[in-house]
Design a protein around this ligand. Structure first.
Ligand code: SF4
Length: 355
């Protein structure tokens, strides 16, 4: 059997339809940056006051880190991902580069029609690129494999509802990260095994304040590990390397492209999509479902869309008397001392409220 090639996707959330890439017999691999590699080549094309995640991904591409990828997809998301397409086209110049259009407004018939049309266009571009037709059976296989990944992740995430949780936030984050960069068949085996191991455990250890972590991308589990090391349990998240990736599955009918469109338009949104009330509603659902003591709103430096959206979320949660901590990180591990002080003060506050 011919070895499957990797198709990278640069996405500010999870809108690239992995199902279609799997159906084209390619491996969808989400691009993550590096917190340890100092960006250098990217400085020629993008100023330093741009999203550090996007800058890092581009820097790695310019340095040849993705040389073994057969092509890339850049999905419409925030302003940064949208603008980066042209830079990738001109300066990375891969043999396949597709800009995946996603409606800004994620509700209504127009959005649905638009999305289905875009999926059909993406499908034919992939067919032309790989030189094979993507059949209805291929689409069903792609949907089923991606659904299985999401189902296992949902089941594992549910183990965080126990008190204390059966899995740490950092460990769950690591599993989601792996799911976005690894062949689905392999991921599904690992996740099944992990779920079977964990579901037989009993909750152990002290009860820490139960935290919902929401906001800009966190693509490295060490940040969550750092928070948890200070004495909180991240038992729920509204992150793209988190529940937003697996909260919903695709319901298969006779029309797979419609089914995929429905799923992507009803999944939890990133801050740059509208209606914005959808994100708040999702956060409220998580707070109730996971018995949250406090919310940490994370924003990456220069990530305008979360900086703006978090203001409203913060105000609404404060009015509802839900403790909130807004945190900004710089994508590197610098500034951790200040972060530590703020998280520790927040933990103290949560402990006072509890007693
Ligand atoms: S971190 Fe913010 S600015 Fe960067 S890609 Fe994500 S949404 Fe866009």
């Amino acid at each position: 059997m011919q070895e499957r090639k990797k198709l990278g996707y640069f996405d500010s959330c999870n809108y690239t339809p992995e199902e279609l890439i799997v159906a084209a017999n390619l491996i969808p691999v989400r691009l993550f940056g590096s917190r340890t590699e100092t960006p250098t080549l990217v400085d020629t094309y993008v100023q330093s006051h741009f999203c550090p995640f996007a800058r890092s991904c581009l820097d790695l591409a310019l340095k040849g880190y993705y040389a073994n990828f057969t092509g890339f997809v850049i999905s419409h998301g925030c302003d940064v991902t949208n603008q980066f397409y042209d830079i990738w086209k001109k300066h990375v110049n891969p043999k396949f580069l597709y800009y995946f259009h996603i409606p800004l407004i994620t509700e209504g018939e127009t959005a649905k029609r638009f999305f289905v049309k875009e999926l059909a266009h993406f499908k034919s571009s992939l067919e032309e690129f790989v030189g094979n037709e993507i059949t209805q059976d291929d689409l069903r296989r792609g949907i089923e494999l991606c659904n299985e990944t999401r189902e296992w992740l949902r089941k594992i995430s549910e183990l965080r509802r126990k008190d204390p949780p059966l899995i740490t936030g950092a460990e769950l984050h690591g599993l989601v990260r792996m799911s976005q960069i690894t062949v689905k068949e392999e991921v599904n085996k690992v996740l099944r095994q992990k779920y079977n191991e964990l579901s037989n455990c009993t909750p152990m250890g002290n009860r820490n304040p139960r935290i919902l972590l929401s906001g800009s991308i966190i693509d490295d589990s060490t940040l969550i590990q750092f928070f948890e090391g200070l004495g909180v349990s991240v038992v729920a998240d509204d992150l793209c390397v988190g529940t937003r990736y697996f909260w919903t599955s695709t319901e298969l009918t006779q029309n797979p492209l419609h089914d995929i469109a429905t799923r992507y338009l009803t999944k939890p949104i990133l801050s740059a999509k509208v209606p914005r009330a959808k994100r708040l509603k999702y956060i409220r659902t998580l707070i109730n479902r996971y018995q949250i003591d406090g919310v940490m709103l994370h924003q990456l430096k220069f990530c305008d869309s979360y900086h703006i959206d978090n203001v409203t979320i913060h105000e609404v949660l404060k009015e509802a008397e839900i403790p909130v901590l807004v945190l900004e990180t710089s994508y590197t591990m610098s500034g951790m001392g200040q972060l530590r002080t703020r998280v520790e003060a927040f933990i103290e506050l949560l402990q006072k409220i509890e007693h």
